[in-house]
Design a protein around this ligand. Structure first.
Ligand code: 5AD
Length: 338
């Protein structure tokens, strides 16, 4: 098994059955994490990129079975930020030294591509990268947003298992989601995707397919998170995802796509106080602090007890593991390896 990991570290390839073998064998976890950490260091350096997250609307027309802001959850208060509030938060991010803003929302068509384009143009008056995470739109809408100045786009595939995808996402299709991702790539976005680990019925084989899909797409960013069960969703009686399995998927992704950006996701830390640090030492090189106004944070409850990051304690925590906060935008392949 160590040989497989050694091979992946040099060649950055593994077959489906090799990935499955590694996922199933927990005796090699430390070796896997250590090697993924080395690949991270060699390709992206010791700097950690921060991305300031603005959750600008929790209104969503999708009804994903796991998600707390799904359409059918009547037990949350819904909000939408106005353009001027979004620009105010973006300004705060710029003043605080962030070099990337992530605009995230439910699938809320109130925000037309034209309206979002105005917001993006406003933000891009500053020297800051803009990432969108607003779900599925048409090619033409993605094009308008790109032309307005958006740099990156996050759209997790969630799972590449066709049956599981259909069960989890009523009225949606895996095929269309894949098409959206290829459209984003074609339009020149730095494109991020990723999976939920721990969906009911998910197998190591399907996780291996997910990792191979990231490679096929040549994704520029990958966000992996364990499922955290939300009590107001149809998955309320299921178990949470396994943090270690999620970190294994992250580490394998680092081995196969050595120079991409990989966040230590909030879901990892929410599940375990050490989750963020573990991820940062198993391949991750990005953190996404949430800068949404306090009064709205609690309504953007994708899953319960979402933690947030404190900038000063983060700096200390990172220093302890030999890492520092980058002051760069952090595009793929533009890492400071000194
Ligand atoms: N637990 C963990 N992650 C979740 N997401 C949605 N619901 C949950 C949940 N219950 C993730 C999805 C989505 C991202 C924004 O949040 O993967 O892409």
């Amino acid at each position: 098994m160590q040989k497989l990991i050694d091979k992946a570290k040099i060649e950055h390839t593994l077959s489906k059955s090799e990935i499955v073998e590694i996922l199933k064998d927990n005796s090699i976890n430390d070796y896997l994490f250590k090697n993924a950490d080395e690949v991270r260091k060699n390709y992206t350096g010791n700097e950690v990129y921060l991305r300031a997250l603005i959750e600008f609307s929790n209104i969503c027309h999708c009804d994903c079975k796991y998600c707390g802001i799904r359409r059918d959850n009547k037990n949350i208060s819904r909000y939408r930020l106005e353009k001027k509030e979004i620009l105010q938060l973006a300004n705060y991010a710029v003043q605080s030294g962030y070099k990337t803003i992530v605009l995230q929302s439910g699938e809320d068509i109130f925000f037309t591509a034209e309206y979002l384009a105005e917001i993006i143009k406003g933000i891009k008056q500053n020297d800051i990268a803009v990432t969108l995470s607003i779900g599925e739109r048409t090619f033409d809408e993605y094009k308008i947003l790109k032309e307005a100045g958006a740099d990156r786009f996050l759209l997790r595939i969630e799972t590449t298992d066709e049956n599981l995808y259909a069960q989890m996402h009523p009225q949606m299709s895996l095929e269309n989601r894949k098409q959206c991702l290829f459209n984003l790539k074609q339009l020149g976005y730095e494109t991020g995707t990723g999976s939920l680990v721990g969906l009911p019925g998910q197998t190591p084989e399907s996780l291996a397919d997910d990792i191979l899909f990231y490679k096929k797409l040549n994704a520029d960013m990958i966000g992996i998170g364990p499922l955290i069960v939300h009590p107001e969703t149809p998955l309320k009686d299921e178990k949470n995802g396994d943090l270690i399995l999620a970190i294994k998927v992250l580490a394998l992704t680092r081995l196969l796509l050595p120079d991409i950006n990989i966040p230590a996701t909030t879901a990892m830390e929410t599940l375990h106080p050490q989750g963020r640090i573990l991820a940062l030492q198993a391949g991750a090189n990005v953190i996404m602090p949430n800068i949404t106004f306090e009064q709205y944070k609690k309504s953007y409850e994708i899953y319960p007890n979402k933690v947030s990051v404190n900038y000063e304690s983060l700096k200390t925590e990172l220093a302890k593991i030999g890492r520092s906060i980058s002051c760069k935008k952090g595009f793929r392949g533009n890492h400071d390896r000194t």
